[in-house]
Write a protein that binds this ligand. Sequence first.
Ligand code: NAP
Length: 340
Amino acid sequence: MIPDPRRPFPGASHLGFGCASLGSRIAARPGLDAMAASFEMGVNWFDVAPSYGDGNAEVILSQFTRGRRSQIYICTKCGIVPPKVSLIAAALRPVARAIVARAPSLRRAAASARAPARRISFSAEQVQSSLEASLKRLRTDYVDVLALHEPSVSDLERDDVQTTFESILQSGKARALGIAGTPEAIETGLRLGLPLSHIQLSDGPIETCLLSLNAKLERLLDGLLIVTHSVFSKGPKLDALHGIGDLQRLSAALNELGYHEPLQDALRAATLDYALSSNYQGTVLVSMFSESHRKFNISRISEHSDARANQIANVFAKFPWAIKSDPSSMSKLSNPEAKS
Ligand SMILES: NC(=O)c1ccc[n+]([C@@H]2O[C@H](COP(=O)([O-])OP(=O)(O)OC[C@H]3O[C@@H](n4cnc5c(N)ncnc54)[C@H](OP(=O)(O)O)[C@@H]3O)[C@@H](O)[C@H]2O)c1
C-alpha cells in the first residue's frame, strides 16, 4: 500500500478485518483467535456495527481490543439494529454452527433461517444514542470512525443529522465520520458537504463501483479514507459460467495475467488483487475467519495499481457472471451483510 498522507488514518492496513459474522456464524473463541492472528500479520483495521453478529460483534471485538486499543482502528456504524433472537434460537446456535461446519453447503439455508437485521430511520437522537451504546459495548472512549449504515438520500439531507455530526466530532467520541452505503448515498453526502473522512462501499471486478465513483466524483474523493468490501461475497463464481468453453477461456485469460491453475485459486487471487488494486490507497475489508482464507488474503498484499485493476476487470467483463443478470443479487444491496 502507498499511504497518502492527505488521507485520514495513513497507518491503516491495506486489508481490514470485517466482523459481520462475529458472534453469529462465528463463535467468540474462534473469532478472537482469527482477529489476533490477523493483527499479528499486520491487520489493524476492524470494521463492526451494532447489527453484526446478531448484536454480539461489538462486545466480542472489545475482548480483542483490550490492551491493544491504541494500535487498532475501529469503524462502527449506526442505523441498522440487530434482529431479535429468541432464547431458543440463541441456544441452538452452537448446533447450527456445528452442522454448517460439517456441511458448508447448508450455510445459505442457515443464514436465511435467521431473522433479518432492521434498518431504522436516522435522527439526531438515534445517531447519538447508537454511538453511546457502541462505545459501551466496545469498552472504549472513542471509535476511529462512526459511519451511517446504508443511509437513504433523505436521511442525509436531514438538518438534525448534519448538526449531530458536528457535535460528535467536537466530543471526540468519533474521530471521523463516514457513510457505509451505496454510491448514490456517498455521492449525496459528499455533494452536501457533510464532514466525511471515510466512505465504505461494495467493490469488486464485476461491479467496479469504485472505478465508476472515482470517474464521476474525481476530486470529491480526495482526502477520504476509502474502504471497500464484498470482494468474495459478490465476486465472480465459477458456477456462474456455462460450459467447458467458458472455463477454458477464463483459465487462458487469467493465465496471461500470471494467474495459474488450479482455476479456483487463480480466480480468487485475481478477484482479491482487483480489490486491492482498485483501492490501492485505501483499505479492503474481508471476512477471514478461516485460517486458509486469512493466509491467502494476507499473502496477496503487495504493490497494486489502477492499471492492474483495469487489466483484471477487462478479463472478467468478457464473461456472463450471474450477478449482472440476477436481479435478486441487486436487491440484497440494501443490506448485503445482514445475513453474514
Ligand atoms: N454496508 C456495509 O457497511 C457493509 C456491507 C458488506 C460488508 N461490509 C463489511 O465488509 C466485511 C466483509 O464482508 P463481505 O461481504 O465483503 O465478505 P467477504 O470478505 O467477501 O467474504 C465472504 C466469504 O468469503 C470467504 N473468504 C474470505 N477469503 C476468501 C478466500 N481467499 N477464498 C475464498 N473465500 C474467502 C469468507 O470466509 P471466512 O470468513 O469464513 O474466512 C466469507 O465466508 C463485513 O464483515 C463487514 O465488515 C460492510
